[in-house]
Design a binder for this molecule. Structure first.
Ligand code: PLP
Length: 368
């Protein structure tokens, strides 16, 4: 997809906010290695600049979801440890070795196949054992299989056993019974192992902020971007500074008589003579049709999005005539007013993670 640099719509990422969030997290989790989650293009913020800022802040490594995301980081010159959190096909393991990417194992069949595939490799592949303690996603379910995997890894030369981890499904909720259950299961798995590897990790942002966990490494994602993992359910234990703003400019402003339709389907009709502004962003940018009825900020004033959001443009109702080229803030601060990713998420009935990940490649990212 072509990045649309010649259009006034852009995402502005405040790398100082990211650094401040990481400074707070490193102080909060002293003694643990922090790996930051930069999968999905750094949750829409841009994987490479975010990774570089995070490494400058003192984090140990990076987490991605796919081998290709890891390769993008390596090709940008990053040589820090990279852990892939998703299952990787055996056929892809030579790439993992070439690019020095750590890989999870979730089944014994995969482990034995990986050993066969790596017999002729000149160096061992770094492996973390994934344990499914109740997320139901990836990982060994039976403790005896974890034990078998650990013993096998210690007996072969094709792989190095560097870590073991699990992932909690309810760490961002006030009710922590299920979190406790998963934690307990993981502890039991650990007690049955012949030894512990270098990294034991269970923490995403929510676990790191709200729970006492037993790991020595954190997989820190959403809170690095300044967003409360729980949305609004729980209060963060240190301040989080949102890093992402989304801005554009008015490209047309017109006075529309009463009774005229705005947008596809004529879902909005002017109730009086109204000033209507056009903003060059639409659902192809990830600013989805459900945003109709929400608002943006123009000169600090709340302006409703009227009519359906189009593929590349949307229309807003202005309080008065405003000059073409005036800034439109879709997410972020403007003259003392603010629109948060959380508010956008609430309007469309989802979570802020999804909103920022959906912003398409077409929107240029600018870093300050
Ligand atoms: C396995 C795993 N660990 C860590 C994270 C980071 O989570 P968060 O962004 O909530 O900190 C994720 C994100 O989805 C994940 O899938």
């Amino acid at each position: 997809m072509a990045i649309s640099y010649h259009r006034p719509t852009k995402i502005i990422v405040d790398l100082q906010a990211i650094k401040q969030n990481l400074k707070n997290e490193l102080a909060h989790n002293q003694g643990k290695d922090v790996f930051v989650a930069v999968k999905a293009n750094g949750y829409g913020h841009g994987a490479v600049p975010v990774s570089k800022a995070a490494l400058e802040s003192g984090v140990t490594g990076l987490c991605v979801a796919t081998i290709d995301e890891a390769i993008e980081l390596r090709e940008s010159g990053i040589d820090a440890p990279i852990l892939c959190l998703g299952i990787v096909a055996i056929s892809v393991l030579p790439l993992a070795l070439t690019y020095d990417i750590t890989i999870p194992v979730a089944t014994l069949d995969w482990l034995y196949a990986a050993d066969e595939a790596l017999k002729t490799a000149t160096k061992p592949l770094n492996i973390h054992i994934a344990v499914d303690t109740g997320m139901g996603r990836i990982g060994f379910v039976h403790p005896e299989d974890v034990q078998t995997a650990a013993l096998f890894l210690d007996s072969v030369e094709t792989m190095t056993w560097e870590g073991i981890f699990t992932h909690f499904s309810t760490a961002d909720q006030e009710e922590d019974m299920y979190w406790q259950k998963q934690n307990q299961r993981f502890q039991e798995v650990l007690t049955q192992l012949p030894r512990l590897p270098r990294y034991v990790h269970v923490s995403n942002s929510a676990t790191s902020i709200w729970h006492d966990d037993l790991g020595n490494m954190v997989r820190f994602g959403i809170a690095m971007y300044g967003l409360n993992p729980s949305g609004t359910a729980l209060v963060e234990s240190y301040p989080l500074y949102p890093a992402l703003s989304l801005v554009s400019e008015l490209v047309q402003v017109k006075q529309v008589p009463q009774g005229e339709g705005i947008g596809y389907g004529k879902t909005y009709e002017t109730s009086e003579e109204e000033w209507i502004g056009t903003v060059p962003i639409g659902y192809a940018d990830g600013y989805i049709r459900k945003m109709q009825g929400f608002h943006v900020l123009v000169e600090g004033q709340v302006c409703e999005i009227v009519g359906r959001v189009c593929m590349d443009q949307l229309m807003i109702r202005l309080p008065k005539e405003v000059a073409i080229g005036t800034r439109v803030t879709l997410i972020g601060k403007d003259c003392g007013n603010e629109i948060t990713l959380q508010e956008v998420a609430e309007h469309v009935g989802t979570i802020h993670y999804e909103v920022s990940c959906l912003f398409s490649e077409r929107i240029p990212r600018e870093y300050i």
